[in-house]
Ligand binder design. Structure first.
Ligand code: TMP
Length: 236
């Protein structure tokens, strides 16, 4: 049995024989509102692993650095070991969620430009929003690392907007996490990109194809994620 290194809300991380490689197991759990709302859905881990694998492979194909190595089973991946930068990076193309609430904007309205936001990764504090000055003062990352994170986040956005567009889907917003490779210190995209961490709307109907169906009790989560996966598979 390999050692459990960390258990998050949706994934477990295990050690492997290689200290630079981690095994990630996707769980069937869904949480929202910092864990206040919880449920378990058969098949969710498998769906997120499949969707995330497809997305990381597309990013790899565009030479964007990620922690992803390979999918090794229906619910598991191997990834490169990183030290996570404790900043959640949210990229927004269309107004939704907390942005709509905070600034009194209509959900679905367009933005004049893409917005990149930083949040301090702290469950205890509920991930408060921060700016570059906070990140630097708290030594969460260096100036160069913040610039690299912004650059990579913008590139990921360009690649994924195109990918989802081909599937007839709007990439409304999403959350990224970055890590420093244990082996070299290089900043790479880490964690997951899945319908748990993105807002994805059908281009024509604005039907939600992401975790908002669970957060807002709109539709069945596995059925929604299954629909998203088949639409992505159709353009692959
Ligand atoms: P927000 O509008 O609630 O701030 O969410 C922005 C995006 O970030 C949305 O696609 C959902 C994603 N997200 C996460 O992945 N994890 C989180 O803890 C939160 C709050 C949002």
């Amino acid at each position: 049995m390999s050692q459990l290194l960390y258990e998050g809300k949706a994934k477990k991380m295990f050690a492997t024989d290689d200290p630079n490689v981690i095994r990630v197991a996707y769980k069937n759990d869904a949480t929202a509102f910092n864990g206040k709302k919880k449920a378990r859905f058969d098949g969710k881990g498998k769906l997120n692993n499949a969707i995330c694998t497809m997305i990381f492979q597309v990013l790899k194909g565009k030479n964007l650095p990620t922690h992803f190595i390979e999918k090794i089973s229906e619910t598991e991946q191997l990834v490169k070991a990183v030290d996570i930068v404790p900043i959640e990076v949210v990229v927004r193309n269309i107004v939704a969620g907390s942005l709509a609430k905070r600034l009194g904007l209509d959900e679905g309205s367009s933005l004049g430009r893409t917005i990149i936001e930083f949040y301090y990764k702290s469950d205890a504090l509920g991930d408060p929003m921060i700016n570059d000055d906070h990140a630097l003062a708290m030594q969460l990352a260096t100036k160069e690392e913040l610039a690299e994170i912004r650059r990579q986040a913008a590139s990921v956005n360009e690649v994924l907007k195109d990918l989802f567009d081909e599937a007839g889907i709007l990439l409304v917003d999403f959350k990224l996490e970055f890590g420093k490779l244990k082996s070299t210190g290089e900043i790479v995209l880490a964690d997951e990109i899945s319908p748990d961490t993105c807002r994805l709307w059908d281009k024509k109907t604005h039907e939600k194809l992401d975790k908002d169906v669970f957060r807002r009790d709109i539709a069945d989560l596995p059925e929604t994620y299954e629909k998203l996966l088949s639409r992505l598979e159709a353009v692959k």
